[in-house]
Write a protein that binds this ligand. Sequence first.
Ligand SMILES: Nc1ncnc2c1ncn2[C@@H]1O[C@H](COP(=O)(O)OP(=O)(O)OP(=O)(O)O)[C@@H](O)[C@H]1O
Length: 388
Amino acid sequence: MDRDANPAQQAPAGNGPAQVKISNLNKTFHRGKEAVHVLRDISLEIAQGELLVLLGPSGCGKTTLLRCLVGLEKPGQGRVELGDTTVVDADARVFVQPNKRDVAMVFQNYALWPHMKVAANVAYPLKARKMKDELKNGRVHEVLQVVQCDHLADRYPPELSGGQQQRISLARALAPRPALLLLDEPLSNLDALLRIELRAQLRLLHRELGFTGVYVTHDQEEALALGTRVAVMKEGQFEQIGPPAEVYSFPATEYVADFLGARNRLELHTEGDGRATVAGVPLEGFVRPGLGGRFALRLRDADPVLRVAGTPGDEDRHWITGAELIEVLPAGDHAEHVVRLGDQTLFVDVPATRGVFEPGAKVDIGLATDSVLCYDADGRLVRDWAAI
Ligand SMILES: Nc1ncnc2c1ncn2[C@@H]1O[C@H](COP(=O)(O)OP(=O)(O)OP(=O)(O)O)[C@@H](O)[C@H]1O
């Protein structure tokens, strides 16, 4: 598939030259008679200094793509170029072994050698590259400082916390200054607070060092916080690639919208003359005339508002009547309200400052068109669907 054929295959966002060029990559695993086509004709360029985040559900092929880049998997078809070097060319039977690629990888489970001190762990890839002792020791000290673990140089990994071990593992990967750094869910073994702290440190490190990286996660917050671009994967292909703000604000497909938190779905029917019903409720002045057919509306939990049925509410909103509040789950600064509308269940976050509605209450749901996403029957984003 060439790049023009699929809007998800885009040129890199950075200004630098392409550091990584992946062309028509395919990977199939064979288990007995069963063949699983895990990467489906993937093409992508990553610019120098970019941190591309691969985001997608379990099993969509994120780790397999990383493993193809580092050389732990051999793709059946396609090419991978790192800088000026072709490391994979299936047609020409080119396959450069992992230790000959200028690529480092950080794993979810740290993968440090428990019998080696921290400094020796970090020095290991430098030793493998036959770096002189003096240079090597300087570099080890430098990267340990970068990850704020200089004081741990003489400890053994089992004597460290998870967060410290992951910092060391990052230092080891950064030490040889690889052309490409791969990070496979590096924070997912850590508790929530530490994840947020390390995420911030990683972002700072990326800004300071400007390394080129590919970061795998299935956590949308992590993806949006870290990525210079985010690539959302579905079944071995890219569904959308773009800067985080764009992917978040304009998810190209319903699949991406769902994955990025717009989990509430309402059906919209329009007549083409401006008349419309949402979940069977007529709404005036909601869609623009000229838009006709069946659509799906997608909303994030924080977007709709609730009012007790029939009471006054924000007049700028469009109100859907006939809903019932099923359950309320307090969550500190807001409460998650579970609302039933016909056969649909919606989740609405109500700020604690607006009070709590009582379960069993009849409620109306207020929509603001600028926060509602609209998708056509093929699941593609429709822009400019709302009445002005
Ligand atoms: N060595 C293998 N042999 C057979 N199937 C494999 C092998 N490695 C991966 N798979 C299959 O390939 C698919 C993609 O796996 P992969 O690990 O790339 O997914 P992922 O998106 O990284 O998922 P997760 O987020 O759970 O790690 C899965 O269906 C998996 O079972």
